[in-house]
Design a protein around this ligand. Sequence first.
Ligand code: KG4
Ligand code: ZN
Length: 335
Amino acid sequence: MKILAIETSCDETGIALLEASGPVTRPKLKVLENFVASQIKIHQPFGGVVPNIAKREHLKNLPILFKKLQKKYPKLKFDIITVTVGPGLEPALWTGITFAQSLAKEYNVPLIGANHLEGHLYSFLLSDKIKSSNIFPAVALIVSGGHTIILKLDSFSQWKRLGETRDDAAGEAFDKVARLLELSYPGGPQIESLAKKGNAHAIAFPRPMLHDKNYDFSFSGLKTSVLYYMREHADANKADVAASFQEAALDVLTKKTARAAQAFGARSIMLSGGVAANKALRKRLQKEAEKMGCKFFVPEFKYNLDNGAMIGVAGYMAHLRKKRFKIQANGSLEI
Ligand code: KG4
Ligand code: ZN
């Protein structure tokens, strides 16, 4: 079937066209188009995403991206439309939902609500073909600007949340520390590139909750430690601070995920979300997976940040599972 997918939960407007087939155990996906209009430059002067500006930009970009698709496919047809219904910024989500609703009417096709976090979780399926179900049980780490979650999956449709952050999300911590270092938004990629020039063991920042017997995280204390360090060291080497902060954050993320994989006898580890674009994180978690004889799944770089294609997979899975999210922004949608 052909799927039109729409994503507007934060600061990227995404419209994608996919071909999907296969059962929920072995979905096959082919991305035909994945148009993303990024608003990063517009939010940059504010140091973060401004919800009403995001809404305005989505309203402007949605028809532009859709026209681009129509131009490429003059006889454009699809069997379902899927749209992110949450979690995300409420004003931003509504722009996508309203746009999708009117297209569903015009094209007379069903509209399926998709969960943004499921989109991240399944995004590796856009490139990897799953041949058998011996990848389960799996442990998944979803790390984005809004969430940090560890899941245990028994299949692509059965999972349980093992833990999550109690305060800041991992991406949020990268963004806040970047601001302390006077780097621009979004901070994750900036910290990553500055960290390459620094010594990761120069400063012993704390590893919050690393030894707690649970799978929860906390990043706000780590961010505060960086704040105090910067206050006390006017001449701090920012590259060392970035590298040492990243090392502390990745230490906790990878060690706790590995511990969960060990405890639940995971056959694979899945990494996703915007922070999964971080090469050091990908490398470290892959190493941990290899040590345990686990398979490691991570999306291609182009699918790490918010995009329409990942919502296409989430929508296809929701369609197969007949688990419909209400077409209503931020309903009871938590993964
Ligand atoms: O998934 P995403 O695009 O949006 C949300 O759903 O939140 O993730 C965005 C987050 C931002 O906090 C950004 O700083 C972070 O992902 N990020 C990174 C990297 N690239 C993006 N964090 C660390 N290293 C990166 N290379
Ligand atoms: Zn996201």
